[in-house]
Design a protein around this ligand. Structure first.
Ligand code: NAD
Ligand code: UGA
Length: 434
């Protein structure tokens, strides 16, 4: 099967590399030339565990390549996975401008039957627009199909998620497209769910929104815990022991970030609104999530009173561990608020520092990029833990305390035990527990 992956970002890179690893012949393409240049040399422009090894392996094997030329990529492929970005517009809807642009290019290069696969997260009914766009712009009578194959990988475990999926959803409207996609994923035939396209599109938005809802729910419960003697960790454990609820995505914290939950929950609310179905439920979950930052910053103020001229160490800048992705990372909002209050921040992350420098350049007054967690906490009046990297779980806490001016520790992810932290002499604050 000759496959093109159009848009080699976080999803596209993993898709291209993993489809090649499954034995298909894959060409990846992107509008950003550096991404293609790097990938061709076996270098991934994103950090994702195991990705670069598989990239190198499949480049060497000869069934994976990267091309700048989108037209040539389309013409020489039978299946086109479209994994371009679908960012949020001001009104909350998904911006489909990149999907539309690619659809036109596909129309102009339709030289043989092709299956156009929506890999990006798109609003339900997008396939109709893609079909209409290709029909409007195509220059020949060549047939094509549109299909949906939403992606469920999580950053940080993307390669493993792709190669060991819980489910593969395929939305199709023709036998021909169905056969093509079933063949591509034949290794996972016991986990295939074949539906119509609207259903497949909706499964993606419904899943992400449900997970975001679950996180906001436990975060709201954590607020209640803080006003009582309840412990959110044990509440979550007790809830999660019921298999109908499940124990995943019940970790209270500083709120969800990333390029997907925040935008997808808003996109589904907007889709509902446009179709006359009220999704205030999701809007509330979004509000709860936004409030997590206020609550966290208030906690810092309650501990330090005035933030002006205080030195604050921030550990964990990516939106979650094991990725360099900082899109919608809670760290950015917290740092912005600290800087507005006149604090100096000392920042550290194992992988996301270079990306954060695009937001807060190195020369920004009162911003210092540290070389290690220990360097970050030097003479700090408080330490904020925003992302739960393993490196932080393994820190020498005695050394950390010794380096700080004041041992105030704000754990935004509940990675330490309160009693143990107090024994070590920290003024320790966490989420939803005393
Ligand atoms: P991304 O921004 O990292 O990647 C998108 C890529 O598309 C970029 O490299 C961009 O340069 C490229 N692109 C844009 N227009 C193009 C064009 N005309 N031709 C070729 N390339 C083009 O975004 P992402 O995180 O990979 O997400 C892509 C889609 O997948 C989104 O719809 C997202 O919601 C969805 N998704 C993301 C994840 C995730 O974990 N990041 C998981 C599942 C689904
Ligand atoms: C999420 C989904 O889990 C994927 O299935 C989906 O494919 C992807 O979005 C997408 O569509 O982009 P991702 O955003 O990479 O994946 O990472 P998650 O592990 O879901 O975490 C998202 C955010 O929620 C992070 O900020 C994380 O810290 C937070 N989170 C997660 C919590 O606060 N509590 C939890 O219990 C779980």
């Amino acid at each position: 099967m000759k496959i093109a992956v159009i848009g080699t970002g976080y999803v596209g890179m993993v898709t291209a590399v993993c489809l090649a690893d499954l034995g298909h012949t894959v060409i990846g393409t992107d509008v950003v030339p550096e991404k293609i240049d790097k990938a061709s040399r076996g270098i991934s422009h994103i950090y994702e565990s195991g990705l670069e090894e598989l990239l190198k392996k499949n480049l060497k094997r000869g069934n994976l390549s990267f091309l700048h030329d989108l037209d040539e990529t389309i013409r020489s492929s039978e299946v086109l996975f479209v994994s371009v970005n679908t960012p949020q517009r001001e009104d909350g809807s998904a911006d489909m401008v990149y999907v539309e642009g690619v659809s036109r290019r596909i129309a102009e290069n339709l030289n043989s039957y092709k299956v156009v696969v929506e890999k990006s997260t798109v609003p339900v009914k997008t396939s109709l627009w893609i079909k209409r766009t290709i029909d409007l712009h195509k220059k020949s009578d060549v047939e094509f199909d549109v299909a949906s194959n939403p992606e469920f990988l999580r950053e940080g475990t993307a390669v493993s998620d792709f190669l060991h999926p819980d489910r593969i959803v395929i939305g199709v409207e023709s036998e021909r497209a169905r056969d093509v996609l079933v063949e591509i994923y034949k290794k996972f035939k016991d986990r295939l769910l074949v539906t119509n396209i609207d259903t497949a599109e909706l499964i993606k938005h419904a899943s992400n929104s449900f997970l975001a809802l679950k996180i906001s729910y436990i975060n709201l419960i954590s607020e209640l815990c803080e006003k009582t003697d309840a412990d959110v960790e044990l509440v979550a454990q007790g809830m999660g022991m019921d298999p109908r609820i499940g124990d995943q995505f019940l970790r209270a914290g500083i709120g969800y970030g990333g390029s997907c939950f925040p935008k997808d929950i808003r996109a589904l609310a907007k889709i509902g609104e446009d179709l006359g179905v009220s999704f205030d439920l999701l809007k509330e979950a979004d509000k709860i999530n936004l409030k997590r930052i206020d609550i966290f910053v208030d906690k810092i103020k309650n501990a330090l009173w005035i933030l002006k001229d205080k030195v604050i160490a921030v550990l964990g800048l990516s939106f979650k561990p094991e990725t360099d992705d900082i899109r919608e990372a809670p760290s950015i909002k917290v740092i912005q608020r600290l800087l507005e209050e006149g604090a100096t921040v000392r920042l550290y992350d194992p992988k996301a520092m270079e990306n954060l420098k695009q937001v807060f350049p190195e020369k920004t007054p009162q911003v210092h990029y540290a070389k290690s967690p220990y360097d970050a906490v030097e003479k700090a009046n408080a330490l904020l833990l925003i992302t739960e990297w393993d490196e932080f779980k393994e820190m020498d806490l005695k050394k950390i305390k010794g380096l700080m001016a004041n041992p105030i520790f704000m754990d935004g992810r509940n990675i330490f035990e309160p009693a143990q932290m107090r024994e070590l002499g920290f003024d320790y604050y966490s989420i939803g527990r005393k």
